[in-house]
Design a protein around this ligand. Structure first.
Ligand code: PMP
Length: 431
């Protein structure tokens, strides 16, 4: 039987000095119950907690670890970089090299600005869009997550066309009012809003494959429609590819769906798991950033040499022939296995998957937006999570998150996962 004595103690100690005991809320396991695992180490697809339990990991640091934990070339690159100094606050050629690779992968990006997190990248992209268009309003989608900048912590007010309201105390209502929130995949709502307010809207920001209400693929024509409507109204289209960039394809969701946004937001993947974010687009927009232009944005640690070195090594791994085909095959095997297990147990589920990101929703009907995702039985998910954890499978500790498959997952580990799912789902059916 699994022991989590040390994790329990570690959490109690953490709570004495860290707000809530964690540095990002989802880590506290509130949605699933139980003790958050404190991690000792990880390698490949395995993560080991401080009690010595080893799990097959489908969290993958929330997405960036497409090649699994601690791939040798990334570790080597970081170690070598550290010997040459950890931060200079002055430019390096490493930044140019990483930016060049991002531009090569994303034809929509001519110039990049590197930052330290997805939050910072999305926040800065929105500021740039506002600065360039001289408009203040933005549009996001219900259930979309773009980091925790004030303008993004907003949900729809009552009535489809009312202004947004804060989802967190501390976000000024006056700012939240500038953010419209619409249902994902609802092009008609976007068209109607733009007919009324198009001239006031700086940007539409969207996850081209939603990953933060669980995985929800774009409906056919949704992204193309966004492209057309935004162009017509002089609105900038921002794809937040923090999760999808270099994951659903090397060139991200924009390569997969062949829709070119004005600005692209990238995150942790391009740092190989180190703290990085980036945003980029055509020179005519990016040229408006300081120092060449008037829109201000800066960062002491931006373009940090350790993160750049890790990112370059990571992207080199991903460029190897067969990476995405291998991810697809492994993720497909897992998805099929989970569906067979759910069917065998008679537990109704909906599985959404795009490439190596997927969510098993405990929902009977298709999940196409936040409202349909919310029909999921989150208690069942919590039970599933805990049952899998007891069988040494580490899934995301919340229903509305993605499982991430890496190239490091072996078919043996995937089979083990599916076997565990058969047992847990059978138990759930009986409960
Ligand atoms: N955008 C998306 C689509 C994300 O999934 C996330 C977080 N996973 C962010 C932005 C924020 O990134 P970070 O946590 O690095 O600030």
């Amino acid at each position: 039987m699994k022991q989590v004595t040390r994790s329990r103690r570690a959490f109690a100690e953490a709570r004495k000095v860290l707000a809530g005991g964690v540095n990002s809320p989802v880590r506290a396991f509130k949605a699933v119950g139980g003790t958050p695992l404190f991690i000792e180490s990880a390698r490949g697809a395995r993560i080991t907690d401080v009690d010595g339990n080893s799990y097959v990991d489908y969290v993958g640091s929330w997405g960036p670890l497409i090649a699994g934990h601690a791939p040798a070339p990334v570790v080597r690159a970081v170690a070598e970089a550290a010997r040459r100094g950890t931060s200079y606050g002055a430019p390096t050629e490493l930044e140019t090299a990483l930016a060049r690779e991002v531009c090569r992968a994303f034809p929509a990006i001519e110039r990049v600005r590197l930052v330290n997190s997805g939050t910072e990248a999305a926040m800065s992209a929105v500021r740039l869009a506002r600065g360039v268009t001289r408009r203040d309003r933005i549009v996001k989608f219900d259930g979309g997550y773009h980091g925790h900048a004030d303008s993004m912590l907003v949900r729809a007010g009552s009535g489809a066309l009312t202004f947004g309201v804060p989802t967190s105390p501390g976000v000024p209502a006056a700012l939240a009012e500038l953010t419209f929130t619409l249902p994902y995949n609802d092009l008609r709502a976007v068209r109607e809003l733009c007919e009324r307010h198009g001239g006031e809207i700086a940007a539409v920001i969207v996850e081209p494959v939603a990953g933060n209400m669980g995985v929800v693929p774009p409906a056919p024509g949704f992204l193309e429609g966004l492209r057309e409507v935004t162009r017509r109204h002089g609105i900038l289209l921002i794809f937040d590819e923090v999760i999808t960039g270099f994951r659903v394809a090397y060139g991200g969701a924009q390569a997969l769906y062949k829709v070119r946004p004005d600005l692209t937001v990238l995150g942790k993947i391009i740092g190989g798991g180190l703290p990085v974010g980036a945003y980029g687009g055509p020179e005519r927009i990016m040229g408006q950033l300081a120092p060449d232009g008037p829109v201000y944005q800066a960062g002491t640690l931006s373009g940090n040499p350790l993160a750049m070195s890790a990112g370059l090594a990571m992207l080199a791994i991903l460029r190897k022939a067969g990476t995405y085909a291998a991810l697809e095959r492994k993720a497909d095997a897992l998805a099929r296995g989970l569906l067979v297990a759910a069917n065998a147990a008679g537990v109704p589920v909906t599985l959404n998957r795009v490439g190596s990101m997927m969510t098993l929703f405990f929902a009977e009907r298709p999940v196409t937006d936040c409202a349909s995702a919310n029909h999921s039985d989150t208690q069942r998910y919590a039970r599933f999570f805990r049952g899998m954890l007891d069988r040494w499978i580490y899934l995301p500790p919340a229903q509305f998150e993605a499982f991430f498959v890496s190239t490091a997952h072996t078919y043996g580990e995937i089979e083990r996962t599916v076997r565990a799912a058969h047992q847990v789902l059978a138990e759930i059916a009986k409960a």
